[in-house]
Design a protein around this ligand. Structure first.
Ligand code: ATP
Length: 529
């Protein structure tokens, strides 16, 4: 007693506590061991680690299947990126006969070093538009992606001959340095990065002058816009001026399936993309038949829908719900009524989620009842039906989710169960991102109060700060990010972390140490004593 303090940086966290020096359990420990030069896989590696490890293992198998002819085709396309030569590369490496609409133009732009926005519908083949250039371009291709599961999925799908790596915020220092070694050895050509990690000091130090970057790809670029359905505050730092200044980036490829005119404008402005370099094909999916019905009893209507044509004859259906509990509840109801269904949401263990996805992809489950977590990165071409059990919160969200159906081009059906209670709830929530001047000034006061002047570090537990000022966590982060990236840099955001740990002080008391070290002092201020 008296010589230790429990830190709970976010006001909540893992139940386990870790003594100083002890390595905290990692999501990716097994990953590093699968990398060239790594050791044996760890017994009991955790779920997400296994997932990443599998992706890398699969890639290793793929790369063994490469052949010398590829290098020749790459060389030819590099010398002269004509349609014919790029098609040669497409056939040799990807096994496709021809480019789809928008692909060739995007690839030729990028290879010529021209920043481009690519708006293609879901499943139209956007990934190819950076994968193919990455083989030709001399430097590294960086891909910023909003979700770890998306990054893992894309890493898994990289063709042989295109070695990839991944940097996400939850990696340990060992894993980070493992990827760094591979990068420096030139063993990584495409690097996936989370937006939180991108452009932070540690990240910038990696590059310096030694690792030239040929292309930055911003996947799901609509996350840049505060008006999009999926705004991510950390995407705000993705601006052309910053990229140029900090990493000497000249060419950016922004990709999205769903962007309104306003969102597109924000993307183009932030990334300084010339107006002529917008490639957009029709976002209308002609093969999707959309329908809607008013419903006072959604569970009953869902059952009816699934038991009547056209849904009764379908092999693959996704039912989208809003909440995890709703997902489980609806799924149980379907199973009780002899419908072969499984639920999928981010509350399930990664292993269980992969299993559900696998069973669905191999047509062993007919219906997946899921939250929005199921979909991004799902590339099952023959999903025949998508049912919205709840109203989506925006049109873009609806387009993304219905976009999972009919990726093979065959006629597919999407039905929305509309109920007025959800509608009014969503309508009132749509104003909840607002923030009044009083709350804002109280929050700013706390950040810049006399104790927190220049050169000081302060930390905010997200949950309690959000409660205290009655401002949503995402809005808080948006405000902080704006203070960092505006014309004047008022503060510098350090990476977020959420762990609970116990520190033991053996000789000097924490208070004495705190007098000498501002970091320790501000950490101690947040501790549960
Ligand atoms: N030129 C092509 N010819 C045939 N198939 C292609 C071609 N380009 C891409 N594909 C295939 O189309 C599928 C969808 O591609 P991809 O995952 O890149 O789509 P996407 O546009 O990123 O979709 P989403 O926005 O839903 O993630 C993949 O299976 C891919 O292999």
């Amino acid at each position: 007693p008296g010589n230790f303090v429990r830190l709970n940086i976010n006001g909540y966290g893992r139940k386990k506590s870790f003594k100083s020096q002890a390595r905290r359990p990692t999501k990716y420990r097994s990953w590093k061991r699968q990398q060239p030069g790594g050791g044996k896989p760890r017994a009991g590696a955790d779920e997400e680690g296994d997932f990443v490890a599998e992706a890398l293992l699969e890639r290793e198998k793929n790369s063994a299947a490469g052949d010398d002819g590829v290098l020749k085709v790459v060389e030819v396309a590099r010398e002269d990126p004509s349609e014919q030569n790029l098609e040669g590369l497409l056939r040799k490496v990807f096994g496709y006969d021809s480019f789809r609409e928008g692909q060739l133009e995007a690839i030729q732009n990028v290879v010529a070093g021209e920043s481009t926005v690519l708006v293609l519908p879901t499943g139209a083949g956007k990934s190819l538009c950076y994968q193919l250039p990455a083989m030709i371009l001399p430097g590294l291709t960086l891909v910023v992606s909003p979700l770890l599961s998306l990054m893992v999925d894309q890493l898994r799908k990289l063709p042989a001959f295109l070695p990839g790596g991944l940097l996400a915020s939850s990696q340990t220092s060992d894993e980070f340095h493992g990827t760094l070694r591979l990068l420096r050895a030139g063993e990584i050509k495409v690097l996936f990065v989370s937006p939180e990690r991108f452009l932070n000091e540690e990240f910038l130090q990696i590059f310096g002058d030694t690792l030239p970057i040929s292309l930055v790809v911003i996947d799901e670029a609509h996350c840049i816009s505060e008006w999009s359905h999926n705004f991510r505050p950390s995407y705000l730092r993705l601006r052309a001026s910053l990229l140029r200044r900090k990493l000497n980036i000249q060419c950016i490829l922004a990709m999205t399936a769903t962007a309104t005119t306003q969102t597109l404008q924000e993307i183009v402005n932030a990334l300084e993309i010339p107006s002529g370099n917008l490639i957009q094909t029709s976002q209308i999916r002609e093969n999707l038949k959309l329908s809607i019905s008013m419903s006072d009893n959604r569970l009953k209507d869902l059952m009816l829908l699934l038991k009547s044509p056209p849904f009764v004859n379908m092999r693959s259906i996704i039912v989208y719900c809003k909440f995890q509990t709703e997902t489980d509840y609806v799924c149980k109801h379907l199973c009780d009524n002899n419908i072969n269904a499984k639920s999928y949401h981010s509350g399930l263990l990664m292993k269980k989620r992969s299993r559900v996805q696998e069973l669905f992809c191999s047509n062993k489950i007919r219906v997946v009842v899921a939250t929005v977590a199921f979909g991004m990165g799902l590339d099952k071409s023959d999903v025949e039906g998508v049912i919205h059990y709840r109203l989506p919160e925006s049109l873009e969200e609806y387009i993304q989710e219905t976009g999972r159906a009919g990726r093979d081009g065959r006629l597919s059906h999407c039905h929305l169960l509309f109920d007025s209670t959800t509608f009014y709830k969503i309508r009132s929530l749509s104003h909840s991102d607002g923030i009044d001047e009083y709350a804002m000034s109280k929050f700013l006061n706390q950040i810049f109060s006399s104790g927190n002047t220049m050169g000081c570090i302060c930390s905010f537990p997200k949950e309690s700060t959000s409660r205290k000022f009655d401002i949503k966590e995402e809005v808080l982060l948006t405000v902080l990010t704006q203070l960092e990236i505006g014309e004047e840099q008022y503060l510098h955001l350090l990476p977020q972390f959420s762990v609970t740990c116990t520190l033991y002080f053996h000789k000097t008391s924490p208070q004495l140490l705190a007098d000498k070290d501002i970091l320790l002092r501000s950490i101690l201020n947040k501790c549960l004593k």
